[in-house]
Design a protein. Sequence first.
Length: 270
Amino acid sequence: MSEPSVVFEVIDGVARVTLNEAERMNPLSESLQAGLLDALARVHEDKAIRAMVLTGRGRGFCSGADLKDFSQRAAQMPPGDTLGAYVGRMMKETGNPVLLGLRTLPVPLVCAVNGAAAGGGFGLALAGDIVIAARSAFFYSPFVPALGIVPDFAAVWAGARAIGRARTAGLVLTGHKLPAEKAAAWGLIWDCVDDDQLQDEAMAIARQLAELPAHAIAETRALLDAAERATLAEQLELERQRQAELIDGESFAEGVRAFTERRKPRFRGR
């Protein structure tokens, strides 16, 4: 019996989701994307899960599109169908839902980039609330210089917001491979750690995030998203609205109790 394309396990309330086609550097195959959608559904359903780690097995995090499979499919397309139409359908049915699902998880997401994050894997790696990478990892977008198509999996959207238009354009137009250390220095990711420390560090961060109030991740994402487009006055007004509601909530009350009692707060799960 073959191994699953995606391995799902729960450790101390943290779902660890591992891309498991290591011999091919975890390409975005149909089975891998289906495995990711299944993992996302399980996280939604299991209320005991309070954080998620996404990582890969082997020397690659994710190598992007399965070009070998594309070549085979192109040769077997029935009349009236095209490879482009097939890819468009796959993006609509699985690829885009995977990215949107990761970005809207009800729990915080840590992406632990263990190796090359190439093509669609570049965007996949940036989907986390916190992204850390092994020192040997790198980010690579071959779409424009090698294939004559545009980047997908929201790599440009995430990159431009993290490091600006100039650096993002340079990466995707030249196909320059961005080492993990430089990605951290630029602010594309949270941190770069030694390879043998990556998984332990990712789980440590996830456990820390798992102790947050259940609603905190959605509230923080909303504030960060607003900051990308709001004026200063609009951002201040949004902050005022959210504080007026949240301060009357259970989490704030527990935080104040913990402060006065000189202990760590104990927030409820989702």
